[in-house]
Design a protein around this ligand. Sequence first.
Ligand code: IPM
Ligand code: MG
Length: 386
Amino acid sequence: MRADALRPPPALDWGAARAYDPAHMATFRILLTPGDGIGPEVLEESLKVLSRIEKRFGHEFQYEEELIGGASIDRHGVALRGEVIDKAKASAAVLFGAVGGPKWDDPKAAVRPEDAILGMRKQLGLFANLRPVKIHPALLDESTLKPEVLSGVDLIVIRELTGGLYFGRPQKRWETARGRQGVDTLRYSEKEVERVCHVAFQLARQRKKRVTSVDKANVLRTGQLWREIATEVGKQYPDVTLEHILVDACAMYLVRRPASFDVIVTENMFGDILTDEAAMLAGSMGMMPSASLGKRRKDGTGIGLYEPIHGSAPDITGQKKANPLAMILSAAMMLRLSLGLEAEAAAVEAAVDSVIKEGYRTPDIGGASSHVVDTVKMGSLVAERV
Ligand code: IPM
Ligand code: MG
């Protein structure tokens, strides 16, 4: 199809526009869904930091809290209730901890904790998942990669979040005379690819103006579709350079020359895999925030869901070993992207920076540091510096 037949870019200027006039809208409703495992522990620390922001900048955050994931299965029999979605829709943002754990791990169970996060993404229409990877110079030695490979890494992966293999139908398992079978469906529509590509190009405009679109166009029909549409959308952003690479090559380049990337845009499953790999550049999953965004509402606001990418980490739950920085940095993304509070977001990020610079570490990034602190102490240190 012709590029000029594409719809105009949707109003998705996340990060540039201010969603609220701070003089008039200083009260924000935020839904808290701590979930399972270390989710509640790290969420608690982000609230400490947000409470400092309220005081320093004169805002008021109104919280509601809901069970999700395994905790909700235990209480309500399902991982995500309709009421929780309704409350999310009535909020400016959702702060999401983590879901899952060995207690609910039976792959054949009718309900699974993961239904909560997948349901939130789908039902709230959060199609663009932003996963930034920036390496703090003081943490260069914590990564398994050589410091010279890592130096200068500052990339962001935009993962398509509501399509592809995660949601395509049919998706089922069954038994036949010749054994068990299963199917998942990788399907994308033009509109789904187009809107997430717009997010990537718009973000690139605020950064180094480079987009890498990742697909498997040499094998998959959806990959060819993806490449074609990414190219068409790219024509609307002549100031941004677009390159296409295959997902297997991308996995390789991420460890070989990670500093060469700016904005990476890719489909759901590839994004899931590549972002775990990319998290390792920063030394620990405990450092990686994320934002999941949908369309803006007519009034310019837009709901976003903010979560650390590390998951529930059942092996360290309750031991105060979890690194709360990913959750705290996710809260900073919320301030910037859903609440339009740029200075406040920057204040949180600066506080995290100085805590790291001062040498404080949780065990996951501890290395040989003599300043290893627990989850609660780390949260307090950041809060004090806001
Ligand atoms: C992620 C996670 C989730 C996903 C799981 C918990 C369902 O791995 O956010 O990357 O696969 O999307
Ligand atoms: Mg994942």
